[in-house]
Design a protein around this ligand. Sequence first.
Ligand code: SF4
Length: 512
Amino acid sequence: MTVLVLGDQLTRRHGPLSEGSPDVLMVEATAFATRHAYHPHKLTLVFSAMRHFRDELRDTGHSVDYRQTETFAEGVETHLADHPGDELVVMDPPSHRGAERLHDVVESAGGSLDVVQNDLFLVTPAAFDDWFDGESGDSDYTHEEFYRWQRRETGYLMDGDDPEGGEWNLDDQNQESADPERAFPDPPRYDPDETTREVLDWVEDTFDGSYDTDEKGGAWADPEPFCWPVTREQALDALADFCEHRLAGFGPYQDAMLDGEWSLDHLLLSPAINLGLLHPREVVERAIETSRGRDDVPLNSIEGFVRQLVGWREFMRQTYRREMPELATANLLDAPHDLPEFYWTGETDMHCLSDVVESVRKRGYTHHIPRLMLLSNFALTYGVEPTRINEWFHAAYVDAFHWVTTPNVIGMGVFGTDVLTTKPYAASANYIDGMSDYCSGCEYAKTKTTGENACPFNALYWDFLGRHEESLRSNDRIGPVYGHWDRKDDEEREEIHDRADEIRTLAESGDL
Ligand code: SF4
């Protein structure tokens, strides 16, 4: 029997490898990397982490057949040609139809495949389905209910049957704007070793922009030096650094954005967790343990942290599993537009978007609020077709996998479906100005909706509400905003729609 280790299952501590199986097959397939115009740091991260894991396994006595092939199927076929009739075992991949595709590949090459439970998540599909079909008693996905159930199941931050501190969710204490003068600690950087340097050179030579897609291949030129953890040892070091230096401030400033400040007090370990280098349980438990021993870690920091990993991350995985394949192509609002070019280049006078795209270009990362309230919010109100923005996130972010981006972007970001959020996250410059220092350095005027230099977010926001009045006015959560829309006369509304059209024209021509 051979354990098939996929690129996002790099663990010896969970799954079949934890049971002592000595033989391993890993396939490094180039074709996967050409499906989208992936950020070079993302490709480097995945391939370097795989090669480091291969070496770690060999150092600990495993026999690793590491195949470097064009397609994944080729890697499996050549392995089976050398090991006829081999029985493979693999953890269930979270991607839609992943297990079925693996069965097809292995069985058509003459092998057999046993797909076992994926132990890299806290909640199993069966447990989620039992809860959803039984206890939730609700036909909608409700994160809050799921999260409370998980707190009870895990016992994290519980005081008997009640949440510590008396409240389940301290989200309203996670929204302080940050002082631009506040010094945030620099996160650790992990300079490339020889293995990573080899991958970096290979990625640069192999994926030079000649992607076989209609995306903007090569757009990610000149990122900053690669710094992501690629081994478990590095990831554990980064976790310790977060707990010591950033956990305390994580809560209050979780939603804050600052010009030129990419890391703030965030964990920055979603790439390592999504690759399997760290288990979410050990990350959460380490943070809780830290908070127990320190007076300076407020409850809103540790609760917000637990909510992200125990609640939201698991909820996204299960939502994706249940709602695919419809979720991937959902377009509830019939949004028709292509993604503006500046998502690739960062070339726009909108200071907020220019800064966050620059951060993505440099290192394939921003925290969740720029993703939701800048990049997705703009796409939502502009009317970008959901699959376009989902593909962009998938290609651009180092922690993005299809199961991660699809519910987050299509479901929550651009309201392609209402199965997991009851309202679109549309916002004007007012929100962005409240949560950041971007507007003071911007050529656009945050208080203007129409006219010269009016902030594009404002006209797009009202235009969005106007265009979707029929479906959104009755929405409990966003409906009350229509009181403001009602106070605008026909002339004002026409000016708003004209300005929104102008913004789309300017974006298409690269002049926004
Ligand atoms: S004025 Fe508008 S475009 Fe400029 S930074 Fe503020 S929200 Fe962004």
